[in-house]
Write a protein that binds this ligand. Structure first.
Ligand SMILES: *[C@@H]1O[C@H](CO)[C@@H](O)[C@H](O)[C@H]1NC(C)=O
Ligand SMILES: *[C@@H]1O[C@H](CO)[C@@H](O)[C@H](O)[C@H]1NC(C)=O
Ligand SMILES: *[C@@H]1O[C@H](CO)[C@@H](O)[C@H](O)[C@H]1NC(C)=O
Ligand SMILES: *[C@@H]1O[C@H](CO)[C@@H](O)[C@H](O)[C@H]1NC(C)=O
Ligand SMILES: *[C@@H]1O[C@H](CO)[C@@H](O)[C@H](O)[C@H]1NC(C)=O
Ligand SMILES: *[C@@H]1O[C@H](CO)[C@@H](O)[C@H](O)[C@H]1NC(C)=O
Ligand SMILES: *[C@@H]1O[C@H](CO)[C@@H](O)[C@H](O)[C@H]1NC(C)=O
Ligand SMILES: *[C@@H]1O[C@H](CO)[C@@H](O)[C@H](O)[C@H]1NC(C)=O
Ligand SMILES: *[C@@H]1O[C@H](CO)[C@@H](O)[C@H](O)[C@H]1NC(C)=O
Length: 394
């Protein structure tokens, strides 16, 4: 019983050090997993009913919520990009006034390109591109999406990108789609010296250049193609993705690698919908960048989250002639009815942070994470008393 209580205190401390808002910690602690872990304390040979991720140093990894982007406050924490581009990116005021960015009464976040204005030939179409004010170093990013923008002449991406001189702090394209594609592409763009490893366990197909797998993520060669992996699922982007009411994309970035999963709506793992994500239960990712040929910590830093809808830009413009889309991209751009599907519909975006739970050295968590805040101490004491009561009543 003493061991039990000790471990629960450590579990709490671990969570505390990782999150500022304690009430949200309370709702995010996986009490059941904690107790299962404790069960394995007393009987070391019992396997955990729910597989947990284990760090190379043997500690158990838990993911705790760091930031949630959703509903009416979504746009408060993003900046609208208005720099030069073949797409006419509008600022927040215009985006909101023209309903290019809004939140519906049922809390869906919508971003769209202008799908109502007839344009003269050669005029750029209005659209939005937003960048999170927060920056991240590692994390588990989970996007619940109902629709991603697509259609002839459209490029869409959901990415994280470093704030330093590009590409030296890296770019991770979690969703990258163009025209009428039905397969999402995951792509990394980095400084020279970071490569994809072939035969790492992922289900997607490495994008080729001149008939051979392009393993180099180096953005300074191959016209900035980066190293891409195409998802196998035809429902990972475009019309079939929308028809399935979208789904969830998850990107796990830590010092051991970067991996991306996608799940269509009917197949979203329960641990995600319950807000207690556990990548070790999700099976093989669709794409992964392993530390075997890329030192992750050296190539990725200080990433913001970006959503973008581009018309006839670098990618959609240059690939238009070979895409099977009708006419030219410039002509396509004039008619707003060509862009009725160029919208993001977002249910939520959550960023989780790693918290490690050391099973063997139960005291390390308390030592490395001293509790300084009295209010938090109060919370812990009440929580421990609460657990004590629960345990006694069990
Ligand atoms: C063990 O590894 C995890 C994840 O890599 C890290 O967060 C944690 O601080 C490490 N723990 C110790 C005691 O070194
Ligand atoms: C707001 O929208 C209206 C009508 O859509 C337009 O006439 C007006 O110029 C817009 N104002 C700004 C500041 O964009
Ligand atoms: C792929 O997964 C298998 C089975 O889990 C494992 O034995 C193998 O080492 C993995 N390969 C790589 C390159 O990680
Ligand atoms: C692919 O082939 C083209 C044309 O032959 C050539 O210009 C280009 O350098 C090649 N790219 C790579 C990565 O080998
Ligand atoms: C990446 O690939 C290039 C070209 O094959 C090679 O020269 C380089 O050594 C590789 N780097 C790593 C870290 O695998
Ligand atoms: C990555 O590079 C850093 C600094 O250059 C080094 O300390 C670290 O051990 C390297 N990591 C791996 C997995 O090689
Ligand atoms: C990341 O941001 C921090 C704080 O702004 C800065 O000190 C650091 O140099 C940045 N790292 C890289 C690799 O740019
Ligand atoms: C928009 O999506 C609908 C439903 O998939 C499709 O029938 C229509 O052709 C699309 N329109 C354009 C312009 O892509
Ligand atoms: C324009 O896009 C919005 C957002 O997806 C959609 O609700 C609306 O129906 C579209 N307009 C037309 C004319 O299809």
């Amino acid at each position: 019983m003493l061991k039990l209580r000790h471990a629960i205190i450590c579990l709490l401390c671990g969570h505390l050090s990782e999150t500022i808002a304690f009430p949200s910690i309370l709702s995010n602690i996986n009490w059941k997993a904690g107790i299962e872990l404790l069960g394995s304390f007393e009987q070391p040979k019992t396997t955990l009913p729910m597989k947990r991720e284990t760090a190379p140093n043997g500690s158990t990894i838990l993911w705790v919520i760091q930031d949630t982007y959703e509903g009416s406050t979504f746009f408060d924490t993003f900046d609208f990009y208005t720099g030069p581009d073949p797409t006419n990116f509008v600022d927040q005021q215009v985006a909101i006034n023209d309903s290019l960015a809004y939140v519906t009464s049922d809390n869906k976040v919508i971003m769209r390109g202008d799908n109502t204005t007839q344009l003269a030939y050669g005029v750029n179409r209005n659209s939005v591109r937003i960048t999170s004010q927060a920056q991240y170093n590692m994390g588990l990013f989970i996007l619940d999406l109902e629709m991603a923008p697509w259609g002839c002449g459209v490029t869409a991406f959901f990415q994280t990108v470093g704030n330093g001189a590009w590409p030296y702090t890296g770019e991770i394209d979690i969703i990258e789609g163009v025209h009428d594609n039905q397969h999402n592409q995951v792509t990394w763009h980095t400084a020279p010296g970071c490569n994809l490893t072939q035969n790492t366990n992922f289900t997607g197909t490495i994008v080729q250049t001149n008939g051979t797998d392009n393993l180099q993520c180096n953005a300074l060669i191959n016209n900035n193609a980066g190293c891409g992996v195409m998802e196998w699922s035809r429902a990972s982007y475009g019309p079939l993705f929308d028809e399935a009411q979208g789904g969830v994309f998850a990107m796990n970035w830590d010092e051991n690698g970067i991996a991306v999963w996608s799940f269509y709506r009917a197949a979203i793992p329960l641990d995600i919908t319950q807000g207690n994500p556990n990548p070790s239960n999700w099976g093989e990712p669709v794409a992964a960048l392993s530390t075997q040929s890329c030192n992750i910590t050296n190539y990725f830093a200080n990433h913001s989250i970006v959503f973008d809808i581009t018309f006839c830009g670098d990618w959609a413009g240059n690939s238009y002639a070979t895409s099977g889309c009708p006419g030219t991209c410039e002509n396509r751009l004039m008619d707003p009815t060509n862009f009725v599907n160029a919208s993001w519909i977002i249910n939520s975006l959550s960023v989780y942070k790693q918290a490690s739970l050391s099973i063997s050295g139960a005291s390390s968590a308390t030592q490395t994470h001293p509790i300084m805040n009295l209010k938090m101490t109060g919370w812990i004491i009440s929580a421990v008393i609460f657990i004590h009561i629960v345990l006694v009543s069990l």
